[in-house]
Design a protein around this ligand. Structure first.
Ligand SMILES: Cc1cc2nc3c(=O)[nH]c(=O)nc-3n(C[C@H](O)[C@H](O)[C@H](O)COP(=O)(O)OP(=O)(O)OC[C@H]3O[C@@H](n4cnc5c(N)ncnc54)[C@H](O)[C@@H]3O)c2cc1C
Ligand code: SF4
Length: 526
């Protein structure tokens, strides 16, 4: 075992949230080490092929997936430098003001300890830092005004445009989607070429993944990224009042200790509760930062209702990006659909290959043989899809807890127990119904709902933020209530998830937390 020279900050996880902390703190002159369990991916490893693309994703995880709607861990998780954000679709909607106060406005779920106005300046800063394309003015029909995006909207294609009259028929206003992709060259990074391979990573750097954005800034400012380093515990002083570093296993599976003045856990919503629970000591018998018993509780997912339509024309469905061309918050009100509760966020126009989209078949799964062949002949040029993401409310029964099985480092597996409630199912159904109405109004030859098992997308919660240790694990900056020099970053700190894809908010909250940490360094570091 080796103990490494003490640094100012050790960050666990080199994905979306960890990269922001690394950049801000390294630029503030701190000595930063980022420990990442997976490989040190480079742009040249991102090969535009579904088969090759599997290499950059986890093959499995140390989780037992349980409940009525087991969480789809492998599809959602990241593995390696860049995290899941290395190969995300970069849809960048934001949470809206109504997300921050559901409890006050509807008596349901939880309020955030902050409001939209606290996060809004950071949405603007992130857009300028990493590049967002979109039309902010057009979005401002649904949210308070902010800065324009640094790039104009992305190009649109026929497979998105064919849906517009359908949306109009039900009164849904679509605007250009906000995406973390370059519609023009941005800070020396290339403009998108619309070849639709974002889901296996963008080899030209047009997608705002961490390795070409915050992590590049962090390295320039002196941060060290140590790949193939799997963290198993946060270490604390004998009094249990301070984190003193982390234990990890290197590429040779040898135990190492990295001492640090501040520890930031940015290992995504699944791994962070597992790490905190596995860091129990006599001073923290239920796990670190867990006197409330809330570590691993209130796990949430989004679900999506996809509607397909087949056109008898070449709609260039292979072109574009895997993000959306158009989006709408017109069903974002919590009571937009009668008999259902929660927000919906609508997207249209992602590129579709004839093969699959990272494991989701772009075909009718009920067809075989000659029928499937005939369908694919038409689908290869005429298949299109829209989607509505739905909000799942926090439920304390949806949880992560340690299991008795152990991984190769002797660390207990965890179980993720997840079931959707009736509200979620009702919202899922309502969005399918409306999707079909929209599809029929497009004049498409055929349309159908993409029903299967109810999907679980974007894991959130598990280390939620709140006003005090009694109702939450961290404060609004991600600082744990119980151990002041231990921070948590990422979607785990969301107390509710809205219906918007989370990563724009993850970047914004991480920037807010990291800037606070840098400015309050002497108080936090002690
Ligand atoms: C296919 C796909 C499409 C997506 N599309 C969108 C989208 O359009 N819009 C959107 O907003 N979001 C999207 N997401 C989600 C988005 O990628 C995540 O929300 C985001 O990356 C989460 O950020 P994070 O920092 O919490 O975790 P990650 O970015 O996943 O980073 C966590 C890192 O921690 C590492 N790690 C975990 N455990 C340990 C450990 N014990 N020791 C060391 N390192 C560890 C992991 O290997 C990983 O690299 C998509 C995700 C996927 C997979
Ligand atoms: S469509 Fe654009 S962002 Fe996506 S992989 Fe291709 S060039 Fe990159």
């Amino acid at each position: 075992m080796a103990t490494h020279e003490k640094v100012d900050v050790v960050i666990v996880g080199a994905g979306a949230s960890g990269s922001v902390y690394a950049a801000v703190l390294a630029q503030a002159g701190k000595k930063v080490v980022v420990l990442e369990q997976g490989p040190d991916w480079q742009l040249k490893d991102l090969i535009s092929s579904d088969f090759w693309g599997r290499r950059i994703k986890p093959a499995s995880g140390p989780f037992l997936l349980e409940g009525k709607n087991p969480f789809g861990y492998v599809y959602q998780a990241g593995w390696g430098v860049g995290g899941a954000a290395l190969h995300y679709f970069a849809n960048f909607p934001r949470l809206l003001p109504n997300d921050f106060k559901i409890k006050s406005e509807h008596g349901r779920a939880l309020d955030w300890p902050i409001s939209y106005d606290d996060v809004a300046p950071y949405y603007d800063k992130v857009a300028d830092d990493i590049g967002v394309s979109g039309d902010a003015k057009a979005e401002e029909k649904w949210r308070p005004a902010g800065k324009p995006y640094p790039m104009p909207p992305m190009k649109t294609f026929r497979h998105g445009e064919v849906w517009l009259k359908g949306f109009e028929s039900v009164g849904i206003r679509m605007v250009p989607a906000a995406v973390g992709m370059n519609s023009t060259e941005f800070k020396g990074r290339a403009a998108c070429i619309y070849d639709g391979w974002c889901h296996v990573g963008c080899p030209i750097g047009a997608l705002a993944n961490p390795i070409v954005t915050y992590l590049a800034d962090a390295k320039k400012a002196g941060a060290e990224v140590r790949a193939r380093s799997t963290v198993t515990r946060v270490l604390t002083n004998p009094q249990g009042t301070k984190a003193v570093g982390v234990e990890y296993y290197d590429d040779k599976k040898e135990r190492q200790v990295q001492e640090a003045t501040v520890v930031v856990l940015a290992a995504w919503s699944a791994q962070i509760p597992r790490l905190l629970l596995n860091s129990a000591t006599d001073k923290h018998p239920k796990g670190l930062a867990n006197s409330s018993g809330l570590v691993g509780k209130y796990m949430m997912a989004h679900f999506a209702s996809g509607t397909w339509a087949l056109f008898d024309e070449d709609v260039q469905n292979h072109m574009g990006t895997t993000g959306a061309q158009f989006m709408s918050y017109d069903r974002y009100g919590k009571t937009s659909h009668q008999g259902a509760f929660g927000s919906s966020f609508i997207t249209a126009g992602s590129a579709l290959k004839t093969s699959d989209l990272a494991g989701i078949p772009n075909a009718r799964v009920d067809l075989f043989g000659a029928d499937l062949h005939a369908f694919m002949q038409r689908a290869k040029r005429g298949l299109t899809r829209i989607g509505a993401f739905g909000e799942e409310l926090p439920n304390i029964e949806n949880r992560i807890e340690l299991a008795s099985d152990k991984d190769e480092f002797g660390m207990p597996f965890a179980r993720i127990v997840h079931s959707f409630d009736q509200d979620a199912v009702a919202l899922w159904n309502a969005n399918f119904e409306e999707g079909l109405k929209i599809a029929r109004a497009t004049g498409a030859k055929e349309s159908w709902s993409g029903r299967g098992n109810m999907p679980t997308i974007h894991l959130m919660g598990g280390t939620i933020m709140g006003t005090a240790a009694g109702n939450s694990v961290v404060n609004s900056y991600g600082q744990t209530h119980e151990v002041p020099n231990l921070y948590v970053a990422g979607p785990g700190i969301f107390p509710t998830g809205g219906a918007s894809n989370p990563t724009y908010t993850i970047f914004a909250l991480s920037l807010r937390g990291a800037e606070q940490l840098a400015s309050k360094w002497s108080t936090v570091a002690g």
